[in-house]
Every structure is written in structure tokens, then in C-alpha cells.
Design a protein around this ligand. Structure first.
Ligand SMILES: [Ca+2]
Length: 136
């Protein structure tokens, strides 16, 4: 048992080393991740935040129940902001591209660009209601 946890520790430490190397390499080849404009949060940013804050069972899907629960937990003010986007049913209709009852972060969010959180104003409202502090 002891040796297993030691092994685990070593592999985590190695992963950490590898990880930091990758970051350095990325910084050389790519531009720094774009700074989010608070007036116009990008879709990738909103998607990352939604995955982190709203996909509570971490299955890569935003189920209707997860959205409803998140909305229930909002303050009346945030709920008011969210009204701009419409009811949960309307959000599901516009964002659940394949209409299977859950918004998949990889598939649906790639295919619903025209209908779901399609402009700065909607994305800003969505963010300020659910995860104003998100900086992912
Ligand atoms: Ca989920």
C-alpha cells in the first residue's frame, strides 16, 4: 500500500514536470490565450465556464435538470438578467442542437453557433447570471 502511494506520488510529480514543460513550449509557439473582453465574452470562454460551473455531474452535457437547478440557485437579480435569454425550454430549444434533451459541450455547442448565445449581449447576460467570476 505504501509503495503504491509512493509510486502515485512520483507519477504525479513527473506529470507536474511534464505539464510545466508543455506550458513553456506552448508559450513559445502560440499567442497567449486571448484576453476576454468583459463586454463580449467569447463562446469558447462561456463553454469552458459552463462546463466548470453548470455541468455539475461532469459528463460533458448540460442537462435540462442541471440548468434548472442552477437557475433555482440564482438570486432574483441574476434570474432577471437571465430572462433576457428566455425560459429553460427556450434555451434548450436553441442550444440543444440534436434535441436529445441535453446540451453537449463538444457537439451541440459546436453546431448551435447561430442560435445559442449567438451575440455578445446574450453571452454577457449568461455569464453575469451564472458565473460572473469565471476566468477560465
Ligand atoms: Ca451534466
Amino acid at each position: 500500500m505504501r509503495s503504491i502511494s509512493l509510486l502515485l506520488f512520483i507519477s504525479i510529480a513527473l506529470l507536474g514536470l511534464l505539464g510545466s514543460h508543455t506550458v513553456v513550449a506552448e508559450e513559445k509557439t502560440c499567442e497567449k490565450p486571448q484576453v476576454e473582453d468583459p463586454e463580449c465574452p467569447s463562446r469558447p470562454h462561456i463553454i469552458r465556464c459552463a462546463g466548470h460551473y453548470l455541468d455539475t455531474n461532469k459528463n460533458g452535457l448540460l442537462e435540462k435538470a442541471e440548468l434548472e437547478k442552477a437557475i433555482d440557485e440564482l438570486s432574483w437579480f441574476s434570474r432577471g438578467v437571465l430572462k433576457i435569454l428566455g425560459s429553460v425550454d427556450k434555451i434548450m430549444y436553441k442550444c440543444d442542437h440534436d434535441q436529445d434533451g441535453a446540451i453537449s459541450i463538444d457537439h451541440d455547442m459546436e453546431h448551435n453557433k447561430e442560435t445559442c448565445l449567438s451575440n455578445c449581449f446574450k453571452r454577457r447576460s449568461f455569464k453575469s447570471a451564472f458565473f460572473p467570476e469565471c476566468d477560465l
